[in-house]
Design a protein around this ligand. Structure first.
Ligand code: GLN
Length: 547
């Protein structure tokens, strides 16, 4: 097996940025010419995060193959620019599901099924699956969710402990990310939490090779020596992960610390120089914008920014591509109505309505869209945002007063957005999924679908392509029964399924930028290559700001 494994655990507390650290290390190894993948192991019991409330868990990231995954996979894709798949995220729930299914089939031949070895073996299988096949990566980074000491994380830790002896010392590396707080009154860094956390790891048989210390400011040498001594790691294996203003600085900071160099030496990876020009340019461009645009995000989850993680990043990428800083103004859609829209959106150069579920706040989104359409403010609607744009147009331009989505008013006479059961047959590979989908997880159109782009439209101007692929996550669709009447009033359907069965993009030509898409373009935006729709949306906002 050529793949080397790096396991990343977290200590002391959550939210230390393990995902970003894993992604940044991955990016650095890539700049050394190595192929890298990252896998997230989540200790919770949900089979996937698809059914979890975004308020609690943040965004659900969707992969090309239709997996609903942890938002850290978004970081992995953005930093590595490698598509993630179902393989890159698993949970305790999914592992137990597999083991129980096997037990029911009789695969264990009468054995007592136990956490060790059956659950741990299943975890090991999932991890090792990354190293299979011809295109197996040089390095697989495995991020273990949660914090060391959590009861539910134990089987995962036991599995990685075993993997180290299975695969050999030269092929595995354990990195432990901890918090080293700086006590202002004492004027020094405190290492005790780190010592406790490492002790916890040692008690289950894992000796970390590298300690990565999350801290406000770089940790002085003598402190590093102290941590090395107490935690039993090499003197030069203690690194700082300092707070940064811009998350894309993390790879550069790690490089300055010599973090990737140490990893490469310990894993005996071929010695090659890192090429960081792209990252340096990105950070430089972020820090030196030539203007500013203000974008309003009108949604329901405005109190938890994590719920719009990829969206937030994609807008920043659009800003980098246009050399402007993007200031985001989160507006709670429940507070918007026709009367206050002008005041609420004063000074905004663009209005974006993101995806969402359920009726709450929908009328506010429609009011915001009306404001954007009538006042020629650039508008971008994503998934539910596109559906709301269609409803708004049907109501106020086509005169269908009760136009609505079947999701919000199943009794409406004008269900311009509806539940289309036939879509399942649209791509044969999904037929199986439909038959298996008897409950809430599994009834959505998920993953990548092709979309044909009409030339001479804003969508075509952005993509410069006749055929694209974008990722979906929704149940409802545009109702083709209204296609002709809305087209007569000026709506252009610039993106459709190749056989015309589904509307994927709509736009209004006599507006600086008014475009809605049924898919989620934010999942495919990259810091060094903004998604074309975000790039063009911010370009329009920039024009709005300067006009
Ligand atoms: N609730 C809508 C649907 O299910 C939109 C979903 C979304 O925005 N992701 O079709």
């Amino acid at each position: 097996m050529k793949t080397k494994f790096i396991f990343v655990t977290g200590g002391v507390l959550s939210s230390l940025g393990k995902g970003l650290a894993a992604a940044s290390l991955g990016a650095l190894l890539q700049t050394r010419g190595l192929s890298v993948t990252i896998q997230k192991l989540d200790p919770y019991i949900n089979v996937d995060p698809g059914t979890m409330n975004p308020f609690q868990h943040g965004e659900v990231f969707v992969t090309d193959d239709g997996a609903e995954t942890d938002l850290d996979l978004g970081h992995y894709e953005r930093y590595l620019d490698v598509p993630m798949s179902r393989k890159n995220n698993t949970t305790s729930g999914a592992i137990y599901n597999q083991v129980i299914a096997k037990e029911r089939r009789g695969d264990y031949l009468g054995a007592t099924v136990q956490v060790i070895p059956h659950i741990t073996d299943e975890i090991k299988k999932t991890v090792l699956s990354l190293a299979e096949g011809e295109d197996a990566p040089d390095v697989a980074i495995i991020e273990i969710g949660g914090t060391v000491g959590d009861i539910e994380g134990l089987p995962f830790l036991e599995a990685i402990r075993q993997l180290r002896s299975d695969l050999g010392r030269d092929n595995c590396l354990n990195i432990h990310l901890t918090l080293v707080p700086y006590l202002r009154c004492a004027g020094e860094h405190k290492t005790k939490p780190t010592q406790h956390s490492v002790k916890e790891l040692l008690s289950i048989g894992i000796q970390p090779d590298i300690i990565l210390c999350r801290c406000e400011q770089s940790i002085p040498q003598e402190m590093r020596r102290k941590i090395a001594l107490f935690c039993n790691v090499d003197q030069d294996a203690v690194f700082s992960s300092v707070d940064v203003d811009n998350i894309y600085e993390v790879p550069l900071k790690f490089y300055e610390e010599g973090f990737d160099q140490k990893v490469a030496i310990m894993l005996r990876l071929p010695a090659r120089n890192a090429h960081l020009e792209n990252w340096e340019k990105l950070v430089h461009d972020c820090a030196n914008p030539q203007g500013k645009v203000t974008i309003a995000i009108v949604g329901k989850y405005v109190d938890l920014k994590e719920a719009y993680k990829s969206l937030h990043e994609a807008l920043i990428h659009g800003g980098v591509a246009n050399r402007v800083a993007v200031e985001l103004r989160y507006v709670n859609s429940e507070n918007v109505d026709e009367r206050n829209a002008a005041t609420l959106f004063k000074g905004c150069n663009g209005i974006l309505v993101p995806g969402g579920f359920g009726y709450r706040g929908v009328e506010g989104k429609i009011a915001a869209i009306r404001h954007a359409r009538e006042n020629l403010v650039p508008f971008f609607g994503i998934c539910l945002g596109m559906q709301c744009a269609v409803i708004e147009f049907a109501r106020h331009v086509a005169g269908l007063d009760d136009a609505n989505s079947e999701e919000f008013n199943p009794l409406s006479d004008h269900k311009v957005i509806y539940l289309m059961t036939e879509w399942f047959d649209f791509r044969t590979k999904n037929v199986e999924k439909r038959n298996a989908a008897s409950d809430k997880g599994g009834t959505m159109r998920l993953g990548a679908y092709p979309c044909k782009i009409l030339s001479g439209t804003k969508a075509h101007e952005a993509y410069q392509k006749a055929l694209i692929e974008e990722r979906h996550r929704h149940r409802y669709e545009f109702n083709n029964a209204f296609k002709e009447s809305l087209a007569q009033k000026g709506m252009v359907f610039s993106g459709t399924a190749p056989d015309d069965s589904l509307v994927e993009i709509m736009e209004l030509p006599d507006h600086p930028w008014f475009l809605g898409c049924q898919f989620h373009p934010e999942f495919k935006s990259r810091p060094m290559q903004a998604h074309p729709l975000f790039r063009e949306f911010i370009r329009a906002a920039k024009q709005h700001a300067t006009s």
